[in-house]
Design a binder for this molecule. Sequence first.
Ligand SMILES: *[C@@H]1O[C@H](CO)[C@@H](O)[C@H](O)[C@H]1NC(C)=O
Ligand SMILES: *[C@@H]1O[C@H](CO)[C@@H](O)[C@H](O)[C@H]1NC(C)=O
Ligand SMILES: *[C@@H]1O[C@H](CO)[C@@H](O)[C@H](O)[C@H]1NC(C)=O
Ligand SMILES: *[C@@H]1O[C@H](CO)[C@@H](O)[C@H](O)[C@H]1NC(C)=O
Ligand SMILES: *[C@@H]1O[C@H](CO)[C@@H](O)[C@H](O)[C@H]1NC(C)=O
Ligand SMILES: *[C@@H]1O[C@H](CO)[C@@H](O)[C@H](O)[C@H]1NC(C)=O
Length: 401
Amino acid sequence: MTLAQLLTILCLFLLTGVLVFSQDYEETNYSDYDTDAISLPEAPPLSVTQQPDYDSQLIYSYDCARECFCPSSYPFAMYCDHQKLKEVPNIPRHIRHLYIQHNDIEEITSKPFINATSLREINLSYNKLQSSKVDKDVFKRLKDLTQLHLEHNNLEDIPSPLPKTLKRLHLGFNKISKIAADATRELTKLTVLDLGSNRLTDASIKGKILSGMKSLMQIILCNNKLKSMPADLPESIQQISLENNSIVSIPEGYFKKTPNLVSLRMPHNKLKSVAYNAFNLSKLMELHLGHNQLSKPFFVPRNLEHLYLNHNDFKDLNISLMCPSLDLGHPNMLTYIRLDNNKLSGPVDYYAYRCFPRLIMIFYGHQRKDDEDDSEKSPKKYEKPDRPKKPGGSKAIDTEV
Ligand SMILES: *[C@@H]1O[C@H](CO)[C@@H](O)[C@H](O)[C@H]1NC(C)=O
Ligand SMILES: *[C@@H]1O[C@H](CO)[C@@H](O)[C@H](O)[C@H]1NC(C)=O
Ligand SMILES: *[C@@H]1O[C@H](CO)[C@@H](O)[C@H](O)[C@H]1NC(C)=O
Ligand SMILES: *[C@@H]1O[C@H](CO)[C@@H](O)[C@H](O)[C@H]1NC(C)=O
Ligand SMILES: *[C@@H]1O[C@H](CO)[C@@H](O)[C@H](O)[C@H]1NC(C)=O
Ligand SMILES: *[C@@H]1O[C@H](CO)[C@@H](O)[C@H](O)[C@H]1NC(C)=O
C-alpha cells in the first residue's frame, strides 16, 4: 500500500469515527465563561484545623459585624452573603476578604469602609448596585485591594476611581454602556477585566480606554453590542473573549499590536472574511471563529492547537493555503479542527495530516446544502463529544492516528 492510500484510509476512518461525536458547548450561554484560565491566588479555603496567627491582628479577631460571620479559623474574612442586607455593615480594620454577595444592596457609602484599610478582596456580586449610588471615594481609599467582584448588579458605568493595586475586576452582567476615559487608565496592575454581558458599543471603548492597562492578560467582552474589534488593546493581552457580538471585520494588521495573544474567541459574530495572514501570531493556541460567515482559508500559525470554523460558509478548504510550507523541524501543532455546518462537499484533503502531523481530529459533522440556512434550531444529530481543553491543557480526544 502506498503512503497516499494509507493516509486516505486513515482520513476516511477519522471522518466516519467523528460522526459519533458532536459538540455544542458554543451554543450554551456564555454566562459561565471561564475567567479562571489565568488564575491568581485565591483566598485559602476554610479549615477548622487551621491555627490562627498569633500576631497583633488577633486583637481584632472578635470584632465582626453583627450580620456577618467571621470564622476564627480564617480570621481575616467576613462572610455576609445571602442575608438580604440593604447596606454594607461596618467593616472591622483587620478584615482582608469581604464576602457580601447575594444581598439587596443598592447603595454604597464610604462610612462602613472608614476603618477597612486592610481589604484585599471584595465580593459584592449579585446585589442591586446602581452607579449613581456608589460613593466615588469608597474603593479608591482601599490601598491593598486586588480583587473586586461586582458582577450581576445594575451598574451603568465602571466605578471610578479604582485603586491602582487592583488585579482582577469583574463587572459582568451589569448595564454598562460607557466607560470614562480615566476609569481604567491607572489600572496598570490589572490582569483580568470582565465586562461580559453588558451594553457596550464601539463608542463605549473608543479612544485610549484600554491601552493604559499595561498588565492586562484577559479581557472578556462577550455578549455586548460591539460591531468592530476593540481598539487599542495593550500589548500584554493573552486572551480575548468577544463571543456573541456583531463584529463584521478584523482590520488589517490588527493583531500586530498584540503579539502575546494565546486565545481568541469570537464565535457568534458577523465576520465575512479575514485577511490571509490575520492570525499570524506566534503564541496563538486557540482560535474560535464558529458561527460567522467565513468562506476563505487563512494562514494557520504554527502553535495553534484548536481551530473552530463550524457554522460558517466554507465550500472547500484549501489546506495548501492554510499550511503553505512544511517545516519538519518545527511541526505545526494543530490537533483539532471543527468544520461541521459549513457547505463542504468533499472530504478534507489528506495533505492536512502531513502538514498538521499532530492532528487528532477533524470534526466534519453535518454539512449544509448550498441553499440551506444555518439554522440554530435544527435538531442536534449527534451526541456530545469531549470538549478540547484550554490552551496548555492535555489533549482531550484520544483517537489514534
Ligand atoms: C441560559 O441562561 C438562562 C437564563 O440565565 C437559563 O434559564 C438557561 O437555562 C441557560 N441555558 C443554558 C443552555 O445554559
Ligand atoms: C472605626 O474604628 C473605631 C476605633 O476602633 C471605632 O470606634 C469606630 O466605630 C469604627 N467605625 C466604623 C465605621 O467601623
Ligand atoms: C463571589 O460570589 C459569587 C456569587 O456567590 C461566587 O460565584 C464567586 O465564586 C465569588 N467569588 C469569590 C472570589 O469569592
Ligand atoms: C448574546 O448577547 C445578547 C446581548 O447582547 C444576549 O441577550 C443573548 O442572550 C446572548 N446570547 C447568548 C447565546 O448568550
Ligand atoms: C508570519 O509572520 C512571520 C514573522 O512575523 C513572517 O516571517 C511570515 O512570512 C508570516 N507568514 C505569513 C503567511 O504571512
Ligand atoms: C489551493 O490554492 C492554491 C493557490 O491559490 C492553488 O494553486 C491550488 O490549486 C488550490 N488547491 C485546491 C485543492 O483548490
